[in-house]
Design a protein around this ligand. Structure first.
Ligand code: SF4
Ligand code: SF4
Length: 238
């Protein structure tokens, strides 16, 4: 397999590419400016925990979020500074939330392709000079060094909240879009669980609830389960 030379080439796990990002490159931090970065619920969890913010405060201060016009699916994007168009978290030395940076930032310069286990290069060498550097990786090595797996696992779990017969792009009622948004605003979901009537009604196991109150990741998985059961019930009624 030859090295991918352009950003449309589809790459698989064992395919090689050259890349090294460092301070001396003229493009350093340029990719953290005026860019659309879509956040997953797990991205929000990791970032707001690292910043010591509640989910609502994080979403308000550091994201643009809305329900998509026709489908009403929640869209959550990392906010850029209004004046400089730079990401709120970029500094002189690079990313200031590096250990908790979003999935898309970890993957860069790779992006997910349309099919499972396939990737493309998101940028070209004219924009991302790191692609001209000598360090060689396979896609699998790169994803491993960037610790992408926990993000991929959580996102796969989030994808299962939609009923099996739901077709991508199918419009949802706005109320169901708001229900999906609970996965991003996890503190609101946790506050709902303070109501014993709700936990009894949805038969939430008290031991699991106790664990979730101590473990954000478990709270997120519980939110996925709650959203899945609610969506299944409500879509049946519509
Ligand atoms: S454009 Fe590429 S090489 Fe330049 S800072 Fe961004 S990731 Fe690094
Ligand atoms: S989170 Fe970090 S890596 Fe991602 S755009 Fe912002 S500064 Fe860049």
């Amino acid at each position: 397999m030859t090295q991918a030379e352009d950003k449309k080439t589809v790459l698989r796990a064992e395919d090689p590419f050259s890349f090294a990002c460092h301070h001396d490159l003229p493009c350093f931090t340029q990719c953290c400016r005026d860019v659309n970065i879509y956040l997953t619920p797990y991205d929000v969890l990791r970032l707001r925990r690292a910043l010591g913010l509640g989910s609502a405060e994080f979403l308000e201060r550091h994201t643009r979020h809305f329900l998509a016009k026709i489908t009403h699916i929640p869209v959550v994007q990392l906010a850029m500074d209004e004046k400089t168009l730079r990401c709120h978290f970029v500094g002189e030395d690079g990313c200031r939330v590096y250990d908790h940076r979003p999935w898309a930032c970890r993957m860069f310069p790779l992006d997910l392709a349309d099919r499972d286990d396939e990737y493309t290069l998101l940028a070209g060498k004219e924009r991302c000079f790191g692609l001209k550097e000598g360090a060689r990786w396979t896609v699998a090595q790169w994803l491993q060094t960037q610790d992408v797996e926990p993000y991929a696992v959580m996102e796969r779990a989030f994808q299962t909240v939609m009923p099996l017969n739901f077709k991508p792009g199918q419009p949802l009622e706005p109320g169901l879009g708001k229900l999906l948004f609970l996965a991003y605003d996890l503190d609101r979901f946790a506050a709902m669980l303070e109501d014993p009537k709700l936990t009894r009604l949805y038969e939430i196991d008290p031991e699991r609830l106790r664990r979730a109150r101590e473990d954000d990741e478990e709270m997120l998985r519980l939110a996925f389960d709650y959203i899945r059961s609610q969506l299944a019930e409500l879509l049946e009624l519509l």
